[in-house]
Design a protein around this ligand. Structure first.
Ligand SMILES: Nc1ncnc2c1ncn2[C@@H]1O[C@H](COP(=O)(O)OP(=O)(O)OP(=O)(O)O)[C@@H](O)[C@H]1O
Length: 247
C-alpha cells in the first residue's frame, strides 16, 4: 500500500489555481522528487502536505487515513515531518541541544518518570544518533549560529530525523549550498534511502536525477509525469514543458 496518496487536491490564491486537481502517490521507502518550473506550486504542495497551508478540496491519505483536515502538530505526531529552513535552528544553542530539543518535543513527557538526569541522557543519545546520521557528530558542542550554511542544512536534517519521521518532506535542502556542502548533503540523503520515505523538492537537477527513485513533474499545479529518472528525462511532454535542452 502507498504510504501517501494525494487525490484531486486543490488550492487557490484568489483566481490563481496553485494546486489543480493534483494526484500523487508515494511508496514506502522511496525517495520521490518533485520538480517543476518556478511558481509551479511545489512549495505550496509541501505546505499542504505538512498542514501549514489549508486544502480547498481533495484528499491526502497517509498510511490509509485521511489527514487533510488535521492540524500540523497532529500530522507530525503521525510521523509526517517537514524539514524547516534554517529559521528553525536556535542559533545560541549547541548543535546537540538543537537536536535534543526536537527529540524532547517529540517524546513529550514520556521520559519524565526517569528523572532529570536519565531524561537528559536519553534525549542526548537520540540526538547524538541523529547527528551521526547527517555527519555532524564532531560538531555536537558547537554553537549552532557559528556553523557554515551547509552545516546548518545538515543540522536541519538531523532535527527532522530526530522526530523519527515516517515521511520526510524536504523543501530545497541544497538551496544556497556550495559544491562540497551540496555533495555532503546528497550523500546524507542517499544514506537515508530505503529507510526514511522522502518527498524532495529540489532545483538541483543533477542531484535530483542521481538521488530519486521516482520523479514527478509539476507544472501549473498539476503532475504531468511520474516515473523513474530515466523515464521522466525522456518524456517529450516533460522536455517541452520544463527541462528543455537541460535534460
Ligand atoms: N500565500 C500566497 N498568496 C498568494 N499567492 C501565493 C502564495 N503562495 C504562493 N503563491 C503563488 O502560488 C504560485 C506557486 O508558488 P509556489 O511557491 O508554491 O511555487 P514553487 O513551485 O515552489 O516555486 P519556486 O520553484 O520558485 O520556489 C506562485 O505563482 C506564487 O506566487
Amino acid at each position: 500500500m502507498s504510504l501517501l496518496v494525494v487525490d484531486k487536491l486543490c488550492k487557490r490564491y484568489g483566481a490563481l489555481k496553485v494546486t489543480d486537481d493534483l494526484a500523487l502517490s508515494v511508496e514506502p521507502g522511496e525517495l520521490h522528487a518533485i520538480i517543476g518550473p518556478n511558481g509551479a506550486g511545489k512549495s505550496t504542495l509541501i505546505a499542504q502536505l505538512s498542514g501549514e497551508a489549508r486544502c480547498d478540496s481533495g484528499s491526502i491519505r497517509f498510511d490509509g487515513e485521511e489527514i487533510s483536515g488535521l492540524p500540523m502538530h497532529r500530522r507530525v505526531a503521525r510521523g509526517l515531518s517537514r524539514s524547516f529552513q534554517i529559521t528553525s535552528i536556535l542559533p545560541g544553542f549547541t548543535v546537540l541541544e538543537n537536536v535534543a530539543t526536537a527529540v524532547q518535543a517529540r517524546e513529550g513527557s514520556s521520559f519524565s518518570f526517569l528523572g532529570r538526569v536519565a531524561d537528559e541522557s536519553a534525549l542526548n543519545d537520540q540526538a547524538v544518533t541523529a547527528l551521526g546520521r547527517v555527519g555532524l557528530t564532531d560538531r555536537a558542542g558547537t554553537i549552532a549560529g557559528s556553523l557554515s550554511h551547509g552545516e546548518k542544512r545538515q543540522l536541519e536534517l538531523a532535527i527532522a530525523l530526530a522526530t523519527k519521521p515516517r515521511l520526510l518532506l524536504l523543501d530545497e535542502p541544497l538551496a544556497g549550498t556550495s559544491g562540497g556542502e551540496a555533495e555532503r548533503l546528497v550523500e546524507v540523503m542517499r544514506s537515508l534511502k530505503g529507510e526514511v520515505t522522502t518527498v524532495l523538492i529540489e532545483h538541483d537537477m543533477d542531484a535530483v536525477f542521481r538521488l530519486a527513485d521516482r520523479v514527478s513533474v509539476l507544472v501549473y499545479g498539476r503532475i504531468i509525469a511520474t516515473g523513474s529518472p530515466d523515464v521522466v528525462r525522456a518524456d517529450p511532454q516533460v522536455r517541452a514543458a520544463y527541462l528543455g535542452e537541460e535534460a
